[in-house]
Design a binder for this molecule. Sequence first.
Ligand SMILES: [Zn+2]
Length: 91
Amino acid sequence: MEDEFENYGMEMPCLCDCGKWFDLNDGVGSYKNTNSIVCQSCGEIEEAEAERNNEIVDLLYSLADAEFTIKEVNERLKELNYDPEKDKDYD
Ligand SMILES: [Zn+2]
């Protein structure tokens, strides 16, 4: 088994969830499980996932904001009796 010798020469060998051995000093804190340390490549993957999730949340907030604004603007235009046919000059 080659895997058993993969940790040879490491100060503090740790086994990542992905099955890869890494030295504790090279490990990074996991985004998914804050109490665990993962290997560098898993850390990079988790970081990219976390960034993607954060951006999606931001975009969904922006979308909800935009939808609210559209609703408000349409209501106000209705109050002003705006008629797209008659009030063409504002286009
Ligand atoms: Zn890993």
